[in-house]
Design a binder for this molecule. Structure first.
Ligand SMILES: [Fe+2]
Length: 191
């Protein structure tokens, strides 16, 4: 399973080599995911960290197809034979289903299953506490940064009234799980 993480890291470094902001972000999200592994079942930790590495590969110019990065990344991973759970996590990370609805891509994204579970929550929180170039951010700082970068009429902004509460809910669940593992709220920088 450690090999899965190595392969995910290698593929991401290769695909995002020309996109330093995204690559540094992906490295940061993978580190955050490692920090969050106490919130998932032990045997699922490598799936979480591998998905964290891979979650934004759909931004790679050579994978661009629909233009919606969670979908393009997941489709590529599926065609390359990656485990179904990784493809689904990448497709559905950080409330992408709400953005897909704003883009008219719900049916296409529906090829990949959404499940509310510990893995999905942890990946979403890892992504949403890591900004461009991997800068650590609270969930609220990340929202502010995202809305400023993408603009008030972007699909992300139009989906925010649904996506924001979903991400805050995932963040609360992850916080509770971290505290159950003895990690204090002051140490995890989620809120
Ligand atoms: Fe991301």
């Amino acid at each position: 399973m450690a090999q899965l993480v190595e392969e995910a890291a290698g593929l991401t470094r290769d695909l995002l080599a020309g996109e330093p902001e995204r690559l540094r972000h992906s490295e940061g999200v993978a580190r955050r995911a490692e920090f969050l592994t106490p919130t998932v079942d032990r045997d699922q930790a490598p799936l979480l960290v591998a998905a964290a590495w891979l979650h934004d590969i759909g931004y790679a110019p050579r994978l661009r197809d629909s233009g919606f990065h969670p979908l393009d990344g997941a489709r590529y991973l599926r065609s390359a034979g990656w485990p179904r759970v990784i493809c689904d996590l990448v497709a559905q990370h950080a409330g992408s289903r709400f953005v897909a609805a704003a883009l008219g891509l719900s049916e296409e994204l529906g090829d990949f299953g959404y499940q509310e579970n510990r893995l999905t929550d942890a990946l979403t929180v890892a992504d949403q506490t890591c900004g461009p170039y991997g800068r650590p951010m609270t969930v609220e700082e990340r929202f502010e940064d995202m809305l400023a970068r993408h603009g008030p009429h972007s699909p992300l902004a139009r989906a925010h009234h649904l996506r924001g509460p979903y991400i805050r809910g995932a963040a609360r669940r992850v916080t509770t799980r971290l505290e159950a593992s003895g990690i204090d709220a002051a140490d995890h920088g989620i809120f």
